[in-house]
Ligand binder design. Structure first.
Ligand SMILES: COc1ccc(C(=O)Nc2ccccc2)cc1NC(=O)CCSCc1cnc2[nH]ccc2c1
Length: 274
């Protein structure tokens, strides 16, 4: 049976805490329910005026529909939403250890053990999303959060679509994570997330994405289209093997997520507590 919120929420139900960040469409605050039990949430405020202007109201309705049915330990929850005359409020799970990219920036890069555990959790989350015919399409450190026990949570869904999609993604953001078939504007499938997982694995270990070319957009474009992959010697043979199997030009040749989770580099570091 569909989960039906037992009550309609309003802004007056919450104490507003510290700001958590500014998204493309609005602000996010840490909030707490006024009544017992005190739930801590992240409240994202979207301005209707901006949503209408950027013609994303259909997208956000579809997103909310999709996301209210998603439940997975490594996928940030959307508990519900409500609106007033000017704004839409998304009630999101609060990730206690914040944004993963801030940790990556602080440490420069992660150990192979930490990287391996994140990749395992990502593969688990992506398998779940794909089983619901959701392609994320925007896997990158900036969209990942960390729960209170350091567990990874895919945090943002600004661009997820129902498979198969080939709606042109406005290439406003970085190219670094896009696979050849997307930079070439071809039809793409959930295999785009396999490629992005390969880019993410490389970036966790090396501290920068594999096809980054600071001389600009076109240089990165060329390196992706040619799969111009140079893996530094510091990367272990097992990690190198997995990265190479994910960063395959032909989407059909990319290693399946179920195989990723059985790969020696993942098994080697899986926490004893399962
Ligand atoms: C399920 O998640 C989401 C679902 C939908 C949308 C969204 O905006 N959709 C959209 C908007 C407009 C047009 C079309 C679509 C965003 C998110 N998620 C986030 O925005 C993550 C960061 S906010 C949460 C959060 C939690 N925990 C933290 N801990 C520290 C910071 C922090 C920040």
């Amino acid at each position: 049976a569909r989960y039906r919120p037992t009550q309609e929420w309003h802004l007056t139900d919450f104490d507003i805490g510290r700001p958590l960040g500014k998204g493309k469409f609005g602000r996010v605050y840490m909030v707490r329910t006024k009544c017992e039990p005190h739930y801590i949430l992240a409240m994202k405020t979207l301005y209707k005026s901006e949503i209408v202007q950027s013609k994303v109201e259909k997208q956000i309705r579809r997103e909310i529909e999709i996301q209210q049915n998603l439940r997975h330990p490594h996928v940030l929850r959307l508990y519900g939403y409500f609106h007033d005359e000017k704004r839409i409020f998304l009630m999101l799970e609060f990730a206690g250890k914040g944004e993963l990219y801030k940790q990556l920036t602080k440490h420069g890069c992660f150990t192979e053990k930490r990287s391996s555990r994140y990749v395992d959790q990502m593969a688990d989350a992506l398998s779940y999303l794909h089983s619901k015919h959701v392609i994320h399409r925007d896997i990158k450190p900036e969209n990942l959060l960390l729960g209170i026990n350091g567990e990874l949570k895919i945090g943002d869904f600004g661009w997820s679509v129902h498979a198969p999609g080939n709606r042109r993604k406005t290439l406003c953001g970085t190219l670094d994570y896009l696979p050849p078939e997307m930079v070439e504007g071809k039809e793409h499938s959930e295999k785009v997330d396999y490629w992005a997982l390969g880019v993410l694995t490389y970036e966790f270990i090396c501290g920068a994405p594999p096809f980054e070319d600071l001389s600009g957009y076109n240089a990165t474009y060329k390196r992706i289209a040619r799969v111009d992959l140079k893996i530094p010697p510091k990367v272990s043979p097992e990690a190198r093997d997995l990265i190479t199997k994910l960063l395959q030009y032909d989407p059909e040749k990319r290693i399946a997520l179920s195989e990723v989770r059985k790969h020696p580099w993942i098994i080697k570091y899986r926490s004893k507590s399962g």
